[in-house]
Design a protein around this ligand. Sequence first.
Ligand SMILES: Cc1cc2nc3c(=O)[nH]c(=O)nc-3n(C[C@H](O)[C@H](O)[C@H](O)COP(=O)(O)O)c2cc1C
Length: 206
Amino acid sequence: MKNALLVTAHPYTESFNFTLRTQAIELLNKFDWQVNTSDLYQQGFNPILGPADFPNISASVPLSLPKQQEIAHQQALFSNDISSEQSKLLDANLLILQFPLWWGSYPAILKGWIERVISRGYGYGSNNLLSGKRVLLSVTTGGANDDDEIEYYQKKIQELGVDVFPYAKMEVLKPIINHGPSHSNEKQRKNLLSSSKNQLISLLSA
Ligand SMILES: Cc1cc2nc3c(=O)[nH]c(=O)nc-3n(C[C@H](O)[C@H](O)[C@H](O)COP(=O)(O)O)c2cc1C
């Protein structure tokens, strides 16, 4: 079964990011993929890794977050918001992260999702439950003025995944990058959407 998890990190449903999200869902459905979604702002996802992740863990466990994550996974002691995201991710062969580039990186809410959900003992360490899953970063930027800037962003966005996903033995796909949707007119936005659609089609057909 082809199953995707599409995680979106943008506060506005009218945004270009959400237009990309809608397009991706329609396309995945058309290609017979089952799609699960996480809309982090709408969910009010808490991005802060900390003791609230393990509300029922024994006080005798050492105060080491990776160790606590490992025990929480082994004993099913994660908070519900984490375990429900982990279970959606386990069902997926493809993880799509849809987000705007904020200060050269993920929006904080998505960085927190990664920190809390791709935990030790689940994604890496004693278990590699995400091994072999593919991950696609679909990113919008404020704009690129020339080929040098396009190349700069390409490198930067490719590097965003490097420390996390290969560590969890996931395969990082070539990112889909849309430059400057908020400075584009309707025709330019249509072209961006159409190019993203073609890139996604070729990924899904591979
Ligand atoms: C806090 C913040 C930081 C940003 N940092 C960057 C950045 O580092 N590089 C960049 O190209 N654009 C940056 N931007 C612009 C956003 O990437 C851009 O507004 C967004 O991708 C447009 O997509 P949207 O219309 O769906 O919001 C930033 C925007 C905000 C709000």
